[in-house]
Design a protein around this ligand. Structure first.
Ligand code: NAI
Ligand code: MG
Length: 501
């Protein structure tokens, strides 16, 4: 193992593209956040081999702010040639430096990234809300702090891999291709990059085309952190760029999070190759609410389960199964609560539900709203006003639905909850498991024995009890059935980036 030391810190406490005064703690101000606090470039090049480089075809595409429909910036479109360049840079860094680096030095770099994310948290949060439409309260309190937490967590493992897998000889895989979605842009980047680097791999990551801003800001951070060139490469582009990564011959592992459809395409392309892969796909999580649960607390949990991040959450609890004798009461309470949710400007700290991520997703969710009506569902939407420009959808409930309805079976990925009732625990379990997915679920009851019984019977990767959407770097996350292959997070997430001999 070489004795290479981590380079001296080259970063300053605040980043060059920030005009923010960090002394003024934003928690204390009611004023909306503003893009005036950020210097967003007119366009961003690709980040390859530690440098920002022009795309080979000199083509750029627009990213819009979905709450105003205004252009935020432009990103480079990476072609096969650019992806190849990025993979070569990653291979060179893997062989030349990163995989041989003293593991504790690797850890130091990852800790440094985590700390810098904390320092720049406010900029990242504002950027995330502008480019993707999510409420600032969520980017501020969930996305960005959690992204830093994943880097902190995996930094700690970098020099302890042999303890993590006793009796095995953990070895890095090599170059990892990573493709992420638009619902948690920086957080999904952290889920992918942190464990890969801790294990000694190098990466080529592609953010989603509607939300690449925080990934490019992350590239700037990586550069400022002095990470060896080529350890992290970020290429922007749409599905075609993703496919170039998947099909590149010199990539050792593909990690993908996104739709089940694209997951299936990727799985087909990888069949017969020796690439390892993990796929984190869609979901249709069930929320099972028993009559003995504390109802008001459960209603809050349900609101969080489905309306958090506009419902753009793979593990969203999008199907409520409520015990028959309390169903009317719960539906009434849910309707009342919907009326209090504020839909609007993502940068306003009072906003509960921001903008739908893109026009495409807006159209998709609206087509499900129409479909629900065609299928005979009763629709309830809150009556709040929404901004005229941009893509907003009021929180919605579908009652009078049946198990075979498409709105019950398919992932809507928007602020839409279906409500069904059940009589017995067995019926609830049967309904909960009866979709093609198996990513997450929730149970509300006062009885520990019921939590155990139902939790064990649900065919889903995560089951929360009397709470929902709680994430922690130490716990594994992943799905059954069409929800995916492999686990991310915790030790499971490490093993996905290692050969264990
Ligand atoms: P998508 O699966 O097309 O996009 C996810 C990522 O995959 C993006 O970075 C995209 O550029 C990339 N990609 C697209 N085609 C590819 C290909 N052939 N090879 C490699 N990479 C490719 O998801 P989309 O179309 O944006 O959303 C459609 C639906 O998918 C949503 O309505 C939702 O139901 C589901 N979805 C689920 C997510 C989850 O976290 N489980 C995340 C995003 C979408
Ligand atoms: Mg955008």
């Amino acid at each position: 193992m070489s004795e290479t030391k981590t380079k001296e810190t080259t970063y300053k406490p605040t980043s060059p593209n920030s005009k923010l005064d960090f002394a003024s703690l934003w928690e204390y101000s009611e004023a909306p956040e503003s893009s005036a606090n950020l210097e967003i470039k007119d366009k961003y090049d690709l980040f390859i081999g530690g440098k920002f480089v022009k795309p080979s075809k000199d083509r750029y595409f627009k990213s819009i702010n979905p709450s105003s429909n205004e252009e935020v910036t432009q990103f480079a479109e990476a072609t096969q040639k650019d992806v190849d360049k990025a993979v070569k840079a990653a291979r060179k860094a893997f062989k030349g430096e990163w995989s041989d680096l003293n593991p504790s030095s690797r850890g130091k770099y990852i800790y440094r990234i985590a700390r810098m994310l904390q320092e720049r948290a406010r900029e990242f949060a504002i950027a995330e809300s502008i480019d993707g439409g999510k409420p600032i309260r969520e980017s501020r309190d969930v996305d960005i702090p959690l992204a830093a937490a994943y880097f902190f967590y995996y930094a700690g493992w970098a020099d302890k891999l042999e303890y993590a897998f006793p009796g095995k000889k953990p070895e890095a895989l090599g170059v990892c291709g990573q493709i992420i979605p638009w619902n948690f842009p920086l957080l999904m980047l952290a889920w992918k990059i942190a464990p890969a680097l801790a294990c000694g791999n190098t990466v080529v990551l592609k953010p989603a085309e509607t939300t690449s801003l925080t990934a490019m800001m992350f590239a700037e951070l990586v550069k400022d952190a002095g990470l060896p060139d080529g350890v992290v490469n970020i290429v922007t582009g749409a599905g075609q760029t993703g496919a170039e990564i998947v099909n590149h011959k010199d990539i050792d592992k593909i990690a993908f999070t996104g739709s089940t459809n694209v997951g299936k395409i990727i799985q087909k392309s990888l069949a017969g190759t020796d690439k390892k892969y993990t796929l984190e796909l869609g979901g249709k999580g069930a929320l099972i609410l028993f009559e003995d649960a504390p109802i008001d607390q459960a209603v809050e949990g349900i609101i969080n389960a489905i309306y958090f991040n506009q419902g753009h959450v793979c593990c969203a609890g999008s199907r409520l199964l409520v015990q028959e004798n309390i169903a009317d009461k719960v539906i009434m309470k849910l309707k009342d609560r919907l009326e209090t949710l504020i839909v609007g400007d993502p940068l306003d700290k009072n906003t509960d539900i921001g903008a739908i991520n893109s026009k495409e997703q807006f159209d998709r969710v609206n087509s499900y709203l129409e479909l629900g009506v065609e299928e005979g569902a009763e629709v309830y939407q809150s009556k709040c006003s929404v901004p005229e420009n941009g893509y907003f959808i009021r929180p919605t409930l579908f009652t009078n639905v049946s198990q075979s309805n498409r709105v019950v079976q398919e992932e809507i990925f928007g602020p839409v909850l279906t409500v069904q009732s059940f009589r017995t625990a067995d019926e609830a379990i049967e309904k909960a498991n009866n979709t093609p997915f198996g990513l997450a679920g929730g149970v509300w009851t006062d009885k520990g024995s019921k939590i155990f019984k139902v939790g064990s019977a649900l065919r889903s990767g995560v089951v929360w009890a009397n709470t929902y959407n709680k994430f922690d770097p130490t716990s594994p996350f992943g799905g059954y059935k069409e929800s995916g292959v492999g686990r991310e997070g915790g030790l499971h997430g490490l093993s996905a980036y290692l050969n264990l001999k």
